[in-house]
Design a protein around this ligand. Structure first.
Ligand code: GLU
Length: 505
């Protein structure tokens, strides 16, 4: 069987957005599933759109996601260089080859000439395309004599090389996800292959590189589907066997209306980028999944389900499980809606799967930054109690601060509702009950407090609500006896006394 080689080929025109990471992921999963090679190729032929820092960003983002590159600008490999700007000399040779065979041609039309024609067509309600319909009346080597062409080239008149699309031919080809596709070549225009700035266009560089790098499968976003007929024609023109193509469905906005785009970013209330990005020109920062507290495993799991499903009810997949389960046949055609609430759910599931020790290790540095110094053992126990309440590790403090410090103030609403005239008397009676308990555990305190309350005919709410108020400052937090079991007798009684001093109903 042919060796599986796939590539992720981003253009460094900005940060990679989550749709781009999904493309990388599907390529990676497919490669690993088939014991193949995952290549990262940087397509930087469009110098005008080059953005500083984008290339490093792409590599950092893949790294964070756990998508390991086998061949690339950092990793090297036998098919390099892997940055198209370093392969410049290769492309001209190939476009010249097509010109020589009469399959491409030089075009000398100036941007102004073409603009005029474009405007004229627009006035007539038509769109201008450089194609079989009009190429005979334009400034190109199909019309000009060989001598005229050579003179223009000698005089360094700017030119582009255009592909000569065959006229009125029905093209049939297959996309792994979309099935059979039929296109009439008359709907295509004579695309530029080589630009006047001496650089190839995306189309030429992409095909040449996919061929030279022996790419077996091209897996990319649906937005490239309209380019596929041209790519098929280019493979044919060069006499090369085309790779297999799989165009993945669009990722849609949460309301299902339209493609999720870079601009949607923080506007819709969720990050669009894997890691934070600061625009080098404007200094504007867009949030990232990493900085928002998502685990890379969760982010990957979310992306995998955008356009793919395993055909079972299982939703949580590690990278290894995804590799095992993945197939292009299970990628759907229809656009898939991104659901930010479901994304949070995934993160919550991954957080719950972490051991208390792992979670404590994650949280410890943030606490130290706050100046909260805590024993590892104690932190692990707190993690155990609050884990179920968290979606993100960064919500830890708001859900657990009372394990580390006594409340400084008390919730007015709770005071109004729960602090009755006889509350001080009840709590004052409770203190000696607690003092008497030797082993101040959750279950011992619960048993003692409840039997005392019963013996005094106090309703549980009468006791526990103000008790909780004194301990955590409100009606928040996990099971009260779990909290005091961890705080210990001394701290618990200290907080009761403090509340009795401060709260005046
Ligand atoms: N450079 C293209 C991009 O930015 C690659 C498209 C392809 O995979 O062919 O998405």
């Amino acid at each position: 069987m042919k060796k599986i080689r796939v590539r992720f080929a981003p253009s460094p025109t900005g940060p990679l957005h989550m749709g781009g990471v999904r493309t990388a992921l599907f390529n990676y999963l497919f490669a690993k599933k088939n014991k193949g090679t995952f290549i990262l190729r940087i397509e930087d032929t469009d110098q005008k759109r080059f953005v500083k820092g984008a290339e490093e960003y792409i590599m950092k983002a893949l790294d964070w996601c756990g998508i390991e590159v086998d061949e690339g600008i950092k990793e090297g490999g036998d098919y390099g260089p892997y940055r198209q700007s370093e392969r410049k000399s290769i492309y001209k040779e190939y476009s010249d080859l097509l010109v020589k065979q009469g399959l491409a041609y030089y075009a000398f039309d100036t941007p102004e000439d073409l603009d005029k024609l474009r405007k004229k067509e627009e006035q007539g309600g038509r769109a201008f395309t450089y194609s079989a319909d009009n190429r005979d009346s334009l400034q190109n080597s199909l019309v000009l004599s060989e001598e005229e062409v050579q003179t223009k080239i000698r005089n360094e008149e700017p030119f582009v090389i255009r592909f000569k699309v065959p006229e009125n031919e029905i093209l049939n080809f297959v996309d792994v996800i979309r099935g059979n596709i039929e296109v009439n070549t008359s709907t295509l225009d004579d695309k530029v292959l080589f630009k006047s700035d001496g650089m190839p266009t995306y189309h030429l560089a992409n095909i040449v590189d996919d061929h030279l790098m022996e790419i077996s499968h091209v897996i990319r976003g649906e937005e490239w589907l309209p380019s596929l007929p041209l790519h098929i024609l280019l493979y044919r023109a060069f006499g090369w066997k085309a790779p297999e193509f799989a165009h993945m469905p669009l990722t849609l906005k949460p309301d299902g209306k339209g493609k999720l785009s870079k601009r949607d970013g923080d506007r819709l209330g969720f990050p669009i980028f894997p890691i934070e990005w600061t625009n080098p020109e404007t200094g504007e920062t867009s949030s990232g999944y990493r900085e928002s507290g998502y685990f890379p495993e969760a982010f990957i799991n979310i992306l995998a389900f955008l356009g793919w499903n395993p055909g079972t009810n299982q939703e949580l997949f590690s990278m290894d499980q995804l590799i095992e389960a993945f197939s292009l046949e299970r990628v759907i055609k229809a656009g898939s809606r991104f659901d930010p609430e479901k994304a949070k759910w995934f993160n919550q599931q991954y957080l719950r799967r972490k051991s208390n020790e792992e979670l404590a290790n994650l949280i410890f540095p943030g606490l130290a930054e706050k100046g909260v110094l805590v024993e590892q053992d104690y932190l692990i126990k707190v993690c155990d109690l609050v884990k179920e309440r968290l979606t993100f590790a960064n919500e830890f403090w708001e859900n657990s601060w009372f394990f580390f410090q006594a409340p400084g103030e008390y919730d007015e609403q709770v005071i109004k509702k729960r602090w009755k005239e006889n509350t001080p008397e009840i709590l004052n009676e409770l203190i000696p009950v607690l003092t008497k308990i030797d082993e101040f555990t959750s279950s011992n305190t619960e048993t003692e407090v409840k039997s005392w309350a019963e013996s005094k005919s106090y309703g549980l709410g009468q006791v526990l609500s103000p008790f909780r108020l004194a301990i955590v400052g409100g009606s928040i937090g996990p099971h009260l006896f779990d909290i005091i079991g961890l705080l210990g007798k001394e701290e618990t009684i200290m907080r009761l006394n403090k509340a009795l001093n401060i709260i005046k109903a």
